[in-house]
Design a protein around this ligand. Structure first.
Ligand code: CA
Length: 533
């Protein structure tokens, strides 16, 4: 309706009658066009998970798990092999997606601070263009979501069971509601509930359906507590990495399967927020497994203990992924049944990758391949060729621009990524990026990963640990596991020089300041704000 009101205003102001007539006929044509364009505009379902790596998605790597519903998106759509994240940590990745801007521009570079929701974000722009917008599940940006017609999000990180969730009541007041059940399933129910009952029929929509899983501490759903008990998950080649040739940060981290998984991570203690039923199911599943381990442990070698920890950790992680995959299946089925699938673009991604034992690690943060890369699957009927695979360098910096482009909304000049729509259409745009800038800031912080930035072109990768002045260079084609730091190898000096130049070019292009902000002060301010309410 907003289109119809705009044009009569021109008519009233028009001085000559013929201008009025022209304006009137123009108004009719434009409003018809607008209405047609409006109804043609595709819906967007953005499915997002937390810490889900390519190694645990069978369309990328079938060795550990089968994810048939995610695979369906790859089979019916497009798979991106090189989707890089700008900063491999939860909240910051989400802030990049909201804004289409690097962490140093959107202001949310580390977890534990508050996202400034007053700034320009893509959902606000979609909303302005007539899209219905909704976000369900994990938000993790501190501030209340802005730019959404509907939100129902986990408070903070959110637990795996019985989550409190923040939404608005009938009066529009922000309220926190308690829930009983498994969080992944609750998020799916809420996403389906909005799709089925709460959105306006016939208006285009953008739904962000965002899981907490498979984030630490990997608590599986009741139905998957013993799934995978009778199999052995293959170990990665680098599970026993000793970090030889790497700079000091790889030696000094605190994210080793061997050392840093806690009793809670390993399910040697019981989560505290269970209902009696949940507790009984949990103890029935883990009790006997834990007893068997405690009995065997005195006779196990150090390596056998690492192997046990690895199996326990990875299986729980995969169990959590399985519930995410189930939920995606339900949503895809709904889109089919409701006749929405043809005009809905479905995207699957995660906030960053993850270590499933590679380099002996769990967690993320590094610019190394496993956490730099994230899954990206896109199904857009009539646009993405079924089963197609692309290896262009794409990034979560491109998502906001892509959503706007899909909706026919112009992309603001201050966004720093590029629309992926031409790639979805099978085109090869000239001047597509051939190198990528990465920057991680959260040190001191969880898992003690040093601050670093770097550049990669997919073949080589240069990393600067700028607080200790150390560098690493990897030949990714020859050394895909990134075990040999060749920074001081004279054979690579021309490549190093080229990448150093590219790094400083990208830092200038993206307006990266020389000094990092005072994160300790920002965190203290966020804590004080939270205490005040
Ligand atoms: Ca994450």
């Amino acid at each position: 309706m907003k289109y119809l009101f705009r044009y009569p205003a021109i008519i009233v102001r028009a001085k000559a009658p013929w201008i009025a007539l022209l304006a009137l006929s123009l108004a009719v044509t434009l409003s018809e066009k607008a209405a047609a364009a409006k109804s043609d505009r595709p819906n967007i379902v953005f499915i997002f998970s937390d810490d889900h790596c390519q190694q645990a998605l069978s369309a990328y790597d079938p060795t550990r798990i089968s994810t048939p519903n995610m695979d369906r998106l790859a089979k019916e759509g497009m798979k991106f092999d090189r989707c890089y994240v700008t900063n491999a940590i939860c909240g910051p990745s989400r802030a990049v997606i909201q804004t289409g801007k690097y962490s140093h521009i959107n202001g949310f570079a580390v977890n534990g601070i508050t996202f400034n929701g007053d700034q320009q974000t893509f959902p606000k722009l979609l909303q302005k263009a007539g899209y219905q917008t909704a976000v369900v599940g994990k938000w993790h940006l501190g501030s209340t979501p802005q730019g959404y017609d509907y939100f129902d999000v986990l408070v903070g990180q959110g637990p795996y069971y019985n989550p409190p969730m923040k939404t608005t009541d009938e009066k529009g007041e922000v309220v926190v509601r308690e829930h009983t059940g498994y969080t992944t399933e609750i998020i799916t129910e809420k996403a389906l509930g909005w799709l089925k009952n709460d959105r306006e029929e016939g208006e285009p929509f953008m739904l962000m359906y965002q899981h907490k899983a498979p984030h630490r501490n990997w608590e599986p759903a009741p139905k998957y507590l013993t799934w995978l008990d009778d199999v052995t998950i293959p170990e990665p080649e680098t599970l026993y990495d000793n970090y030889e040739t790497r700079a000091s940060p790889a030696h000094n981290q605190a994210m080793e399967v061997k050392t840093h998984l806690t009793e809670r991570d390993l399910k040697q203690t019981t989560p505290r927020n269970f209902t009696p039923d949940q507790l009984a199911q949990w103890n029935a599943a883990y009790g006997p497994k834990n007893e068997a381990y405690e009995k065997a442990k005195p006779y196990m070698s150090e390596k056998e203990i690492i192997q046990w920890k690895y199996q326990r950790y990875v299986k729980d992680y995969l169990r959590c992924v399985k519930s995410v995959d189930d939920g995606i299946g339900e949503v895809l089925d709904y889109l089919d049944d409701a006749g929405l699938a043809d005009n809905t673009i479905v995207i699957y991604s995660s906030d960053q990758g993850w270590y499933l034992g590679e380099h002996g690690w769990f967690d993320k943060r590094w610019m190394y391949e496993e956490s730099l890369k994230t899954p990206l699957l896109v199904r857009w009927p009539g646009k993405t060729e079924a089963g197609s695979v692309r290896d262009d360098i794409v990034t979560n910096l491109d998502f906001a621009e892509t959503f706007l482009d899909i909706a026919g909304v112009s992309i603001p000049g201050d966004m720093q990524g590029a629309s992926l729509v031409p790639l979805f259409e099978g085109k090869n745009p000239k001047n597509w990026r051939e190198s990528f800038y990465y920057h991680y800031y959260e040190f001191p912080g969880g898992h003690s990963v040093a601050r670093h930035y770097g550049v990669t072109n997919g073949k080589h990768k240069l990393i600067s640990y700028y607080q200790t002045g150390e560098w690493e260079l990897f030949d990714i084609e020859k050394d895909p596991n990134e075990l040999n730091n060749v920074y001081s190898n004279p054979e690579y000096s021309s490549i190093t020089k080229k990448l150093e130049k590219e790094l400083s070019r990208l830092r200038k292009q993206y307006k990266v300041p020389e000094e990092d902000p005072d994160f300790a002060k920002m965190k203290a301010e966020a804590r004080a704000r939270n205490r005040r309410g």
